[in-house]
Design a protein around this ligand. Sequence first.
Ligand code: PA5
Length: 445
Amino acid sequence: MKLNLKNAASFVSPITLQATMAQTAAANELLESGKGAGNDYIGWVHLPSSITDAFLNEVQAVADELRKRCEVVVVAGIGGSYLGAKAVNDALQHTFDAYQAKDRKDPYVVYAGNNIGEDYLADLMEFLRGKEFGIINISKSGTTTETALAFRLLKTMLEKQSGKAEAQKRIVAVTDAKKGALRSLATKEGYKTFVIPDNVGGRFSVLTPVGLLPIAVAGHDIKALVRGAQEMEKLTGTDVPAENNLSAQYAAIRNAIYRFGKTTEILVNFNPKLHFMAEWWKQLYGESEGKDNKGIFPASVDFTTDLHSMGQWIQEGQRTIFETVISVKNASKSVVIPSDEENLDGLNFLAGKRVDEVNKMAELGTRLAHVDGGVPNILIEIDKVDEYNIGQLIYFFERACGISGYMLGVNPFNQPGVEAYKKNMFALLNKPGYEAESKAIQARI
Ligand code: PA5
């Protein structure tokens, strides 16, 4: 992985950049020493290097059992208990996986518990009717409403459809070691379980069974994914000086740009398979940094698709944005543009080129145009979209997020603001224990 700051550094003063670069060392040290805010949630810092082959084999064995028994596996979870697995699976699987019915070797992996859409759940249950399906239920707290609600419906359906004994073999719970309703339920029902370590928060948990199990079920190589993350852990440690430390550099430049009034960062891809990597990234940075009235707003676009929707705003709208482009050096497949005798579409100038060459020129042209339009551009280059590179990218962003959060002066590992909507929702639904809130909220509506 490479990081190119040339078209971003030109937007900030060298003194500011030097200052933020220098600050990364202290912030990285704070992560390492465990003396910073939220230090009970920094188990992810050395998570990759602590993962053993034996552990990955255990995850793989449970995944293989689900793969053997199920044609569909539903992954129930939300936020950090969903986005990492979805991001990696989408990046690695065939774009039209959902439509590939014949000769499948992998089960369909679908997702639930990440919304409360009645139509979504009804459609999902229709899809699952008559199919051999299983459930991976993921919730660290074990009490999240969206996930628990979906699980109640799906568990009931599975038990009716396949019998309680078979359902028990097809349900895996990933949750806290001791606490929460999901832990009690899994113990009572005798489900296979995996533990989410106490000191790893949801949005930093993709390299625990939260992400690894659904990724293995989908047929991807979790060992290569972890290897990539392990490599990046070495490249971003406190012993690597800021000028060579990829995560420190990214944290330094985005904070320098922020100090120059650019308050929105747009993560850009030119490969639609990375759409959900950006959704994962938005949660990682949004929930970690957006507090105490501070924080860069994380947004994302898929190019060139969104050049035809958001391109105008990015080129000429309010100058409060900067872009971070994930550029993939090599496409995994090759499609060559044919020549056409009549050339009615005027595209013969592209004949013989690979589609990726066109995409690359669109990427370069867009980056330069946006820089000319006043949008600083950070460039992250990865070799290709595979397990190893995605593993690197995950840890790179996590480490940079921890560093950046400490530089901003916030606790990057809590999310107190998420509770506000839950309190109102429970009050409005008359959940026992919320009587006072119910009364207060009724007076407001
Ligand atoms: O990052 C976080 O902590 C959150 O996004 C959680 O992952 C999310 O709210 C789901 O929580 P839980 O895993 O407890 O169901």
